[in-house]
Design a protein around this ligand. Structure first.
Ligand SMILES: Nc1ncnc2c1ncn2[C@@H]1O[C@H](COP(=O)(O)OP(=O)(O)O)[C@@H](O)[C@H]1O
Ligand SMILES: [Mg+2]
Length: 269
């Protein structure tokens, strides 16, 4: 099914998704960028916040040069209105692409990112927040702002145990925190299902919790070259099975968002 022909569901308010992982290099930024583009292609106004402070790379993946970052704004070098950068139909806001610039004052950055998120939420349906690896301040900030924390899982014992400890920590703060999972670098659908199941078995056994499984992304030469050439599969017009997996994930996210905002509007009465 072509995503552009799929029915767009009305959202009552902006739905915020944090993309997180235990380990680095598991595909958070690549996934964030592709999902943002697919949601946007479905007709949703979509913002992308790069909260990998100091080492942002969503702009690079999109082959864009960002002239104003949140760190610049904090330093009084630009205005809030100058931060949104149009990348095709998505709106990118970069936390900081310079290591050291505000990186060591996380409270300043978190306060600024809160304002940036509110600013985007006023005019967008979805906000995807790409985060640094691990359980640092920016990841915890992103999880706090998000409606759902999406963990990028890869089939490695260290990656799964890192994510498990991260989730466990978050549950110790908020026992009801909603997590979802995407399996990346999957060999095939069966092995991805197996990875997601293994993760959920651990969550269930030790914490009595479950993460919603959103789908998988295969290990793919096309993704590798898309990253290398700074042209996403979406922008290159790729329409094969890899792109379909991104569509499947985006569709699941849209479903979660529609349910969530419906629930919010129900509880408002
Ligand atoms: N499904 C995939 N298939 C092939 N290469 C991938 C895949 N996902 C990510 N990569 C590669 O892995 C590297 C890390 O991806 P990235 O999104 O930067 O990870 P993170 O943001 O988690 O650090 C990139 O070079 C990218 O090309
Ligand atoms: Mg990254």
């Amino acid at each position: 099914m072509n995503i552009e022909t799929m029915e767009k569901q009305e959202l009552q308010s902006a739905y915020i998704l944090a993309v997180i992982s235990g380990k680095g290099g598991v595909g958070k930024s690549m996934t964030s960028v592709h999902i943002a583009e697919v949601l946007s292609g479905m007709g949703y106004k979509t913002g992308l916040i790069d909260a990998d402070i100091g080492l942002s790379n969503c702009a690079t993946l999109l082959n864009e040069t960002v002239t104003a970052s949140v760190a610049d704004w904090i330093h009084g070098e630009c205005t809030l209105e100058e931060l949104p950068h149009a990348c095709g139909s998505i709106t990118l806001i970069t936390g900081s692409d310079q290591p050291g610039k505000v990186q060591f004052q996380p409270e300043l950055m978190m306060d600024a990112l809160d304002q940036v998120t509110d600013y985007l939420a006023a005019s967008h349906d979805f906000i995807i927040i790409d985060t640094p690896a691990g359980a640092g301040e920016m990841t915890l900030w992103a999880l706090d702002r998000a409606h759902i924390g999406t963990v990028i899982l890869v089939d490695e014992p260290t990656a799964i145990s890192d994510v498990y400890r991260l989730c466990k920590y978050v549950y110790s703060i908020d026992p009801e925190y909603p997590f979802a999972a995407v399996v990346n670098f999957a060999e095939n659908e069966t092995s991805a299902d197996d990875t997601a199941k293994r993760f959920n078995t651990i969550l269930d056994y030790f914490l009595n919790k479950k993460a919603a499984y959103l789908g998988f992304i295969p290990a793919s030469e096309q993704i590798k070259s898309a990253v290398k050439n700074q042209v996403t599969l979406y922008d290159s017009g790729n329409n094969d099975s890899v792109m379909n997996e991104f569509r499947f994930i985006a569709q699941n996210i849209a479903g979660l968002a529609a349910d969530q905002t419906k629930q919010l509007s129900n509880t408002a009465y």
